[in-house]
Design a protein around this ligand. Structure first.
Ligand code: SF4
Length: 409
């Protein structure tokens, strides 16, 4: 039953509540979130059932919490993805990127190729390289260190965001020292932050189904918390729209919230919708054909409420969502457009069609169109340039070309 009388005061400020069409149970959860109270996992599970006016109200609530947390800025980073190899032994059923070493499409970049790509990225204004790859036999702990030096030696100011917990786990299989020791070595060699990928769903029941050879939840958590403890912050992610159920998504969010309370090391949360077209999970298994429209809305809005006061930044993955859906989600709690990428293989191989490169001026245009303010950021969300005036591309500040590109180093 729905009634005006049951709609609490804070929620009455939203358009849907004003119409009195909100289920009182949902209204109470949203009101608690707007009052600054933490929502429980049971609340999050209830929100995963919303549709119609309740889902609209959820999105409005997420939008209001976004406004309070980070204002009207929509941030983005100028970055380049570098995937040094697509050779991978892990064979996750949701992945169309990893191939065996004998596959005709297999490749393996030497460190010199990584240097070349990083220099090209710097020349195009990138402040970050995001480097990940398959789990290939050739990738020793030393090789990962060489990849770091391949970027940092010529470009000490380039932020290196690299090595998922799965890659760190892979390196540790051939490393005789401790995890902490290896992470400190990576940091000293130039690693700045790590991607919180390879998370998929942090529930072993799901992991055993979609990625049985990959690290399980406890190991993922150990690697992330140890990385945070040595000063390597990370992103946080989940992958939705495949075999998982809402209870798995909530359990996943619970793990991340516990970690964030403990370490404060997550810079942002990034929902990643499953791209199904070329995957074994969809074509031979039980995987759903990616998330529906309403799942995309919930998958972004609910974390904005669930992480309120703990993780301020909520990122859209334009490569999976496309431009228009990314814009819409900026009204459902999101505040970050992710990066320009320059090259992207993982979603593209799975069948995503949004492209490999979104130029910074295109991102700014998309942000202006929805009445917000584009801001170029660093990887760790330091604002570098603000573009308050639509159509005016001159930044307020600029970054000088690196000496290596001027022939001075
Ligand atoms: S998701 Fe990563 S670990 Fe799994 S098969 Fe693909 S490249 Fe390998």
């Amino acid at each position: 039953m729905r009634s005006d009388a049951a709609v609490p005061l804070h929620l009455a400020q939203t358009a849907e509540a004003a119409l009195g069409r909100i289920d009182p149970a949902v209204a109470r959860i949203l009101d608690r979130a707007l009052s600054g109270e933490e929502i429980s996992s049971a609340d999050a599970l209830a929100l995963w059932q919303t549709t119609g006016p309740e889902l609209q109200a959820l999105c409005q609530t997420a939008d209001e919490l976004r406004r309070r947390a980070v204002g009207e800025a929509i941030t983005y980073v100028v970055n380049r993805n570098i995937n040094w190899t697509n050779i991978c032994f892990t064979d996750c059923s949701f992945c169309a990127f990893g191939v065996s070493a004998k596959d005709p499409s297999a490749y393996f970049h030497p460190p010199e190729r990584v240097t070349q790509k990083a220099l090209e990225a710097w020349e195009r204004g990138a402040t970050e390289v995001c480097m990940q790859g398959g789990l290939a036999a050739q990738l020793t702990p030393q090789r990962y260190l060489e990849y770091l030096r391949a970027v940092k030696d010529p470009l000490p100011d380039m932020h290196v965001h690299a090595f998922s917990p799965a890659e760190i786990d892979w390196a540790m299989r051939k490393w005789e020292g401790s995890l902490e020791e290896y992470l400190r070595m990576l940091r000293e060699a130039g690693l700045d932050t790590i991607p919180g990928t390879a998370a998929e769903i942090l529930v072993d029941e799901v992991r055993r189904e979609i990625a049985p050879k990959k690290l399980m939840t406890a190991r993922w958590r150990e690697i992330i918390t140890t990385a945070h403890s040595v000063g390597l912050r990370s992103t946080a992610t989940y992958m939705y729209g495949h075999v998982e159920e809402p209870r798995h998504l909530v359990a996943h969010l619970e793990v991340l919230r516990e970690i964030q309370r403990e370490t404060g090391g997550f810079t942002e949360f990034v929902p990643l919708g499953f791209i199904h077209y070329n995957t074994r999970l969809f074509n031979e298994g039980d995987g759903r054909p990616g998330p529906s429209f309403v799942e995309d809305l919930r998958a972004h809005a609910i974390p904005r409420l669930y992480f309120a006061g703990l993780i301020d930044n909520l990122q859209v993955s334009w490569v999976k969502l496309g431009e228009k859906m990314s814009q819409l989600l900026m009204w459902c709690g999101a505040n970050d457009f992710s990066g320009t990428l320059m090259e992207e293989s993982i979603s593209r191989m799975a069948g995503a069609t949004a492209g490999e490169y979104l130029a910074a001026d295109r991102i700014r245009q998309l942000v202006w169109e929805i009445g917000r303010v584009p801001v170029e950021r660093s990887t760790t969300y330091r604002h570098l340039r603000t573009y308050p005036t639509p159509g005016v591309h001159q930044p307020a500040t600029d970054i000088a070309p690196h000496p290596a590109l001027l022939g001075a180093a």
